[in-house]
Design a binder for this molecule. Structure first.
Ligand code: PEP
Ligand code: MN
Length: 345
């Protein structure tokens, strides 16, 4: 990071700056550029608050050379990360579809859905056991029983399972769950992220309802900084003034994330759409924008669902979508390969 200092900066002020920076473990080397004193910062620069620096009287401008999400950034790790879940790979050209009900409701419901999505080509089964509901009076999930049913479905179908954790005290219950989902509402639960960083479990980190791409990358950084490299990012729609869909799917976030980070990026069109009729078009758009996978809610009886029935696809609707995605893929892969080579169009 470079600090461009005001022309009338005194030696005493420079000393004070160096002392302040030292408290953060940051070193400071002084030089000159175009008649300006420039301080080049090194060491623990990630600990600094750039707004705080900009506000200092002696600082005219700052230039950040490195992203604050150092470990998540493509600069740090140019090769795309592949996250391995059992035999399933995701990222760097490996595309996967995760599907299943919003909530695990019963053995029959889960098993029927699991068999159907597997037959349609999904490679992982999702199902919420602990549900973060807006209303305390809504179905809160089967909790531990839901986790047991997911593990039974995994044993029966061979599909790895994905489920949402709400707090770190639940980690022992998730020991055999293949991918731990951190939901939109928990994306900034930094204590939870730190605990997940101490594990080697793949984490599916969803973007918060009102969070920027930068916020999402900073949350991923918490998990990576703890030593867990297995992070999958998920765009699931954000809150905007638009009311015609449940959330606004930020399609732009897909190429942006793919250019900023090496982590796999998947898309959840179900929670963005809120209505089943919009799920397939959004899913196709996400694939066209270059995501590494999809997570889609599927229910055998959407009208009877205890959670998010309006946005659930039926198994035949899901199978049709899988067909579309299979036919889109060769075109998209070619486009991405061309873009990555930077060939003129
Ligand atoms: C879910 O996946 O069912 C869910 C609650 O998602 P989100 O955190 O994106 O709202
Ligand atoms: Mn849901």
């Amino acid at each position: 990071m470079l600090l461009f200092l005001k022309q009338d900066t005194t030696i005493e002020e420079l000393d004070a700056l160096a002392t302040t920076l030292k408290q953060y473990g940051v070193t400071c080397m002084l030089g000159m550029s175009n008649q300006h004193a420039v301080a080049e910062l090194g060491g623990n620069v990630a600990a600094l608050d750039s707004e705080m620096l900009k506000n200092m009287d002696i600082v005219e401008d700052i230039r950040c050379m490195e992203e604050p999400y150092r470990l998540a950034s493509k600069r740090h790790h140019p090769e795309d990360t592949v996250v391995q879940i059992g035999e399933v790979l995701i990222g760097n050209g490996h595309f996967q579809t995760i599907a299943g009900p919003c909530s695990v409701e019963s053995r029959e419901q889960l098993f029927a859905t699991a068999e159907a999505i597997k037959a349609a080509g999904a490679t992982m089964l999702r199902g919420g056991a602990f549900k973060p509901r807006t209303s305390p009076y809504s179905f809160q999930g089967l909790r531990e029983e839901g986790i047991h049913l997911l593990l039974e479905a995994k044993a029966k179908t061979g599909l790895p399972v994905v489920s949402e954790i709400l707090e770190s005290s639940q980690l022992p219950i998730f020991a055999d769950i293949d991918v731990i989902q951190v939901g939109a509402r928990s994306m900034q639960n930094y204590e939870l992220l730190k605990e997940l960083g101490k594990t080697d479990k793949p984490v599916l980190l969803k973007r918060g309802l009102a969070n920027t791409v930068h916020d999402l990358l900073m949350s991923a950084e918490y998990i990576l900084a703890g030593g867990n490299p297995n992070v999958i990012l998920c765009e699931r729609g954000i809150r905007t003034f638009e009311q015609s869909t449940r959330n606004t799917l930020d399609i732009g976030a897909i190429p942006v994330l793919k250019s900023l980070t090496h982590l796999p990026v998947i898309v959840d069109p179900s929670h963005a759409a809120g209505q089943h009729r919009y799920v397939a078009p959004l899913a196709r758009a996400a694939v066209a924008a270059g995501c590494d996978g999809l997570i889609i809610e599927v229910h055998t009886d959407p009208h009877g669902a205890l959670c998010d029935g309006a946005q659930a696809l039926t198994p035949p609707q899901f199978a049709d979508l899988q067909e579309d995605i299979r036919s889109l893929h060769p075109i998209i892969q070619r486009t991405i390969a061309r873009e990555n080579k930077g060939r003129p169009r």
